[in-house]
Design a protein around this ligand. Sequence first.
Ligand code: AMP
Ligand code: MG
Length: 698
Amino acid sequence: MTKFDTVAIVDWSAGNDTGSRPRKDAIWMGIARDGQTEEPVYLRNRPVAEHAIADLIDAELAAGRRLFLGFDFPFGYPRGFGEALTGSEDPFALWAWLEARLEDSPKANNRFDLAGQINRQFPGIGPFWFNGLGRDIDGLPRKDTRDGHGMPELRRVEAQSKGTFSCWQLGGAGAVGGQVLTGLPVLERLRRRFSGQVAVWPFEPLDRPVAFVEIWPGLINAAVKDAEAQGGIRDAHQVRLLSRAVSRLPQARLRAMLDVDAPKEGWIMGQGFETELTQAARLAPPPLRDDCFALPAGVDWTPVDDALAMLQDRLHAVVEQEDVAVKNAANRILASDVIAVRSNPHLPNTAVDGYGFAYASLGQGDQILPLVKGRAAAGLAFEGAVPAGHAIRILTGAALPDGVDTVILQEDVTVGGGQIAFRPGVKTGANTRKAGEDVHAGDVALKAGRKLTPADLALASAVGISRLPVFRRLRVAVLSTGDELVDAGEAAAPGQIYDANRPMLSALVDQFGFDCVDLGRVPDDRDALRAILDGAAAEADTILTSGGASSGDEDHVSALLQDAGAMAEWRVALKPGRPLALGLWDGTPVFGLPGNPVAAFVCTLIFARPAMALLAGQGWTKPQGFSVPAGFSKSKKPGRREYLRARMRDGRADVFKSEGSGRISGLSWAEGLVELPDDALEVAEGDPVRFIPFGSFL
Ligand code: AMP
Ligand code: MG
């Protein structure tokens, strides 16, 4: 069963037209999509209601949406009744039988006469009772004096649930009998009118775009009572809250409620799941979804650190290893530790141009040492040893010849007649480098998980490494969503805007050192988006989308991720940021970034960046921030973290003149972010604040 996009709940009534002003005990319809409810619709009489429901079905079918349509009256009578009346066990035979006989209009209907007529076909008195009219009706007792009619009093589901009424009772507080008699004919007509598009639960599998389902607001009575205490019409609360509850249920839970072993009498959906339904009806966080991004229960706004901890916990490296030449390894992520093959320096050598000798052979006072023939230069080893009391010409980088442990700078020496002269005071070992003083052979020169810098390439080469084990570059797909978008350079009609996010996000992905897969733009169309995500999930390791991430009508990214069953909309306590939709599509993590470019940028740096580092084998990364004096003042509210577009000038952090999140110029102006903590804060000029340069995120 695929997900229902729209949930409509109808509270039926057997009474006459209730006038133009909304009132109780009338027909009401509540509609919810993705847990968001619309204002309940007041329907003054049954013809009006039948029209409104047909219009709704038409609209939902035209929009390609699946509709859950709930009605609060029994879809069948206790066992044996339909067969006794129609000769058939088929529940729809009874629907058609009633439809053919019930006469209905806004001002009057023949339900009591029809009940009397039915009663006369049964032995004894009953099963129907209660006559709401002034005149007597043959066969229909006014009081419950029924006897010997042979029908069970309740359906199986009613016998199991508290507070349900018997459908034989046609009037009096709470009675439902009149609603069944006037309701089933309407359902039968709608079923015929939308033949092939409607499935009726629990008699048919729900494999059509529209489902008729028997529901009962009594199951969520506690939530309705609480709402009623705030005023308003009870019936309106019932349909609003029940539509919200059903629309909010996770797929698996709704499936569980629909999965009943139902007799031909019908069933009340949600019977036995009252607590869960009531909880979903209340304005509380939705029930937990069973997925890897789910948040703890009871959390409404997730602190940034908690959201990050969760990502860190749930994601892991997804990339394979490969070997690349050192010269091609910049910005790649090292897959395993690199061990030095050779020490650096591999021999003791000289750090300067000068003259080398054995320190122990020097005497007191000014020194005069004879020079040996030849010299030691980098890469040209001096063959032989330097005798004690002698010196040798030596050039920077040359290995120290045998007999040399100390070098004096050529500037401190006078040379002449095959000798050198210099003052006392030179220290033992001066101007030399010991073997392995930088890196010893066998030591770890570079640790796994590093994003390789130019300096790393120098180090690897110096210790004798020519190829490096790195992770395959993470493939990151980038997609913009929105009907309003065109690419800069294209013709833009009024109201259209240029896609600013895709160039920005693609460039960020490049800067992070990943491979960007440009998915282009997709309109606000669920099927198109689904097709693109399918392709991207096969091709890329992770997907960044922008736009459509909240829960509005056109927010298909979040809707689809929710459909996929592995999604929680994260209400992260972050400015500028929400909404951020996170989920898995075919096992591929999707970051549904906000459409707003400033928010998309900040969310990418704060959330997607460390998550992608983890996927890419880099491990969890934290941007480096610095405590610097503020060049601004600000009063910050508690409850969410804020990131201000900022840059350093004259040793202070300046922030952009406007915090308006639509200002892309401020993003361009900025060179980093000032991070203000979750709690309330008064910042005065000169107070320390945390500045994170953009480079810290790379
Ligand atoms: P949405 O999250 O789709 O509701 O978009 C929020 C805001 O961001 C709307 O004003 C969009 O027009 C805008 N927006 C969405 N995507 C982009 C984009 N790729 N470039 C520029 N603005 C965008
Ligand atoms: Mg949009």
